[in-house]
Design a binder for this molecule. Sequence first.
Ligand code: SF4
Length: 327
Amino acid sequence: MNEPLLRVEGLKKYFPIRSGLFSRVSGQVKAVDDVSFVVNEGETLGIVGESGCGKSTTGRMLMRLLDPTEGKMQFNGKDMMKLSDSEMRAARRDIQMVFQDPYASLNPRHTVERILMEPLNVHNIGKPEDRKKKVYDLLEIVGLSAYHAKRYPHQFSGGQRQRIGIARALMTNPKLIIADEPVSALDVSIQAQVLNLMQDLQEELNLTYIFIAHDLGVVRHISDRVAVMYLGQMVELTDSETLYDKPLHPYTQALLSAVPVPDPEFEREQVVISGDVPSPANPPSGCRFHTRCPFRMDICDKVVPKFAEVQSGHSVACHLYEESRPQ
Ligand code: SF4
């Protein structure tokens, strides 16, 4: 079997909490706490969870916009933690990001042509005349036109701006695109268009996606496999169909209870959770979900459940499945 494009092991990001006159470190926010997964070439891995679960921090660490506190990241056969500055710059060509708010991520004073040209200038890719052609080609590919090149971001609708954000991410011919809530800021009617565009581009350009979102409905549309995160940890990971048809973790079941089902014959058991997500600065002991879990047992607040496979390709972190794990 081929080596995955990306392998992440034991990834952690702790942010220090400073207080007092001398800004002493008085604690840590465990934004991402021991997360491991792989992403295979050509697939889409969805990462979902409520706000503050660590999904965006994970994405930013993969881009090395944030330095991990601990963990290993191997991309395209290379250990990303050991790359020199120049090797890291080269790796950044291969990993690009699409952000949630295209307006905030596009410089309002630059024309679209200049915005799209920038990654080529930064990475010194191609001759100046070829760069211009690439801008025009990519505008067409993402469903815009060459005449849009001379316009400014404010002259576009939200959906068009996200197409520009996608075009910018594609300028360096990346292998992996990390899309952080790419459609959450868009009208529902536009969301499907942008998702369809991303799927078409994936097929045409053999792209690999990590698709981060809080909405399980959106993630299902595009993902081959889905990882669910809660309070900085992964609680379930499996293929998209299994996750939606037979979710195992009570948190996933609760998230799915809130997603409308189009098939009236299909009845999903409703799992309702109460309360807010606890603070990642002081996460609950044992299973971090135990303060909200309707199936909580005695062991749950004492022992951290292992994140491990219960069936081939289906991993879950929950004591309910301890006995069904393969020995
Ligand atoms: Fe609920 Fe216990 Fe499973 Fe955690 S380990 S999800 S508290 S049943």
